[in-house]
Write a protein that binds this ligand. Structure first.
Ligand SMILES: [Zn+2]
Length: 173
């Protein structure tokens, strides 16, 4: 199976749009509190399925590399201002791609394709890890120690680990 190019997805969307039902405006549905769930964008990992998520759960689902909130702290503050977030949940998973690379691998990749970046990536990190449990704890700590997030919200941060073999979700922190 080859990845479907954007041009083809665009054609598909055009056909699907013929059955589209208009979505309500925010002014019609109102802005109500939601939880925010960070989860890895790994295509095997489907939080809608293993958490049984529906619209009734009022969750904002954010997919990031390894499910880290590290690069989305400002987004948390923005969505909290708009909706009033109730809880922050980080979900990691076993066999995550982040355990197959190192920060240096990614730095080398960038420099290979853009040599001008050599020497400018010392602070660059992708938060690669060999220990996904420890990484889960560290990601929750990133939230808990962020001054951009109000304290009551920081204190709700939870770290969960999804086992891709058993389907079980365990609370790490
Ligand atoms: Zn992953």
């Amino acid at each position: 199976m080859a990845p479907t190019p954007a041009s083809e997805l665009l054609q598909r969307a055009e056909i699907l749009s013929k059955d589209h039902k208009p979505l309500p405006l925010l002014t019609e549905v109102g802005l109500s509190p939601r939880s925010m769930i960070f989860c890895c964008f790994d295509w095997r990992v489907k939080p809608d399925e293993f958490l049984g998520l529906t619209d009734a759960d009022s969750a904002v689902l954010v997919r990031t590399a390894s499910g880290t909130p590290a690069r989305n702290i400002a987004d948390i503050a923005v969505i909290d201002k708009i909706l009033g977030l109730t809880e922050l949940i980080v979900i990691k998973h076993t066999d995550c791609g982040a355990t197959y690379i190192t920060d240096n691998d990614v730095r080398d990749h960038i420099v290979k394709h853009n040599p001008d970046m050599a020497g400018h990536l010392d602070d660059f990190t992708v938060l690669a890890t060999t220990d996904i449990v420890k990484r889960t704890q560290q990601d929750v700590e990133i939230i808990k120690s962020s001054p951009l997030i109000r304290k009551e919200l920081r204190d709700t941060a939870t770290g969960l680990l999804y086992d891709i073999k058993t389907g079980k979700v365990t609370k790490i922190v």
